[in-house]
Design a protein around this ligand. Structure first.
Ligand SMILES: NC(=O)c1ccc[n+]([C@@H]2O[C@H](COP(=O)([O-])OP(=O)(O)OC[C@H]3O[C@@H](n4cnc5c(N)ncnc54)[C@H](OP(=O)(O)O)[C@@H]3O)[C@@H](O)[C@H]2O)c1
Length: 269
């Protein structure tokens, strides 16, 4: 446990922490002694989680109430974090609040999903990743979706933006793996979160509230256990098959092979 804290502490930032997988990460990290910066839009939910973490684990907790789709989100987050040393950055926000055909949602609304799932992910990876690489330790964990793996009807911008984060994370893994910084994309099939249940109810899915779904706590635990085995963990497939022949392993080999082949043209530095 102290190894984990040394490698990924003393502070973790969880962007999208007020419920579901993000809140589960906060509990698991606080239990390992990491102080937590919790980011989301709903101040009350964040305040309740802060009290739980402080009482149960005696860690420090900083709240940042922020819409991560806003163009100044990263700047404001950095200002709030100040000189705290962040050893682990988790980006968990990013569900699709629309779930419509492409033309049935406005360009402005798709633009906010684009910012949330692409621009802010890029900005945060840069500003939090740089000091980790300089220190030679740390972790970047991007919570993604199996929707990143290809286009899906009614999920055009969700698949597109999740694909952005997947490629970014895999490339950073290839760049940082020898610099002591672990990168993991967690590609989720489905997980039980309030957002998912609300969407299922809104879309009139049968058994929306009773259907059995993987638990947020289990996925968060799995991702922390596998943080050093990037770049990509595909749930549930990677937990079902032999790791050596799993789809996540295939992506790892793809990144290594492509990086080696591309070096002929773009250099090996
Ligand atoms: N649920 C699933 O079945 C499923 C399947 C595949 C992948 N995933 C991925 O897993 C992650 C978590 O899923 P979820 O269903 O809990 O997603 P979510 O609706 O994006 O919520 C996750 C967290 O992010 C926060 N958040 C959402 N939009 C935000 C914004 N604009 N600014 C700041 N914070 C924001 C939410 O809190 P606030 O509302 O308080 O801001 C919440 O704490 C997402 O990246 C999603 O794409 C989920």
């Amino acid at each position: 446990m102290s190894d984990f804290k040394h490698r990924y502490g003393p502070w973790a930032v969880i962007a999208g922490a007020s419920h579901g997988v993000g809140a589960a990460f906060a509990h698991l990290l606080a239990a390992r002694g990491l102080n937590c910066v919790l980011v989301a839009r709903r101040a009350e939910a964040l305040a309740a989680l802060k009290s739980e973490l402080e009482v149960q684990y005696a860690v420090e907790v900083l709240l940042v109430t922020q819409d991560l789709s806003h163009s100044d989100a990263t700047e404001r987050l950095i200002a709030a974090v100040g000189d705290r040393e962040v050893g682990l950055f988790i980006y968990n926000a990013g569900g699709d609040p629309f779930i419509t055909r492409f033309l049935d949602t406005s360009v402005e609304d798709w633009g906010s999903l684009l910012s949330l799932n692409s621009l802010t992910v890029m900005n945060c990876s840069h500003v939090f990743g740089a000091p980790m690489v300089a220190r030679g330790r740390g972790g970047l964990l991007l919570v993604g979706s199996q929707a990143a793996l290809g286009g899906i009807r009614k999920l055009a911008m969700y698949t597109a933006t999740k694909g952005f984060a997947l490629n970014l994370g895999e490339s950073l893994w290839a760049e940082w793996k020898d610099k002591g910084v672990n990168v993991l994309n967690l590609l989720i099939g489905t997980v039980d979160t309030p957002t998912m249940r609300d969407a299922m109810v809104k879309l009139n899915i049968p058994n929306a509230l009773t259907m059995s779904l993987p638990k947020a706590e289990d996925l968060a635990q799995l991702a922390l256990d596998e943080l050093g085995n990037g770049p990509t963990l595909i749930h549930p497939e990677d937990t079902l098959s032999n790791r050596a022949s799993s789809p996540g392993q295939a992506r790892r080999l793809h990144v290594l092979n492509k990086s080696a082949k591309a070096a002929v043209f773009i250099g090996n530095d």
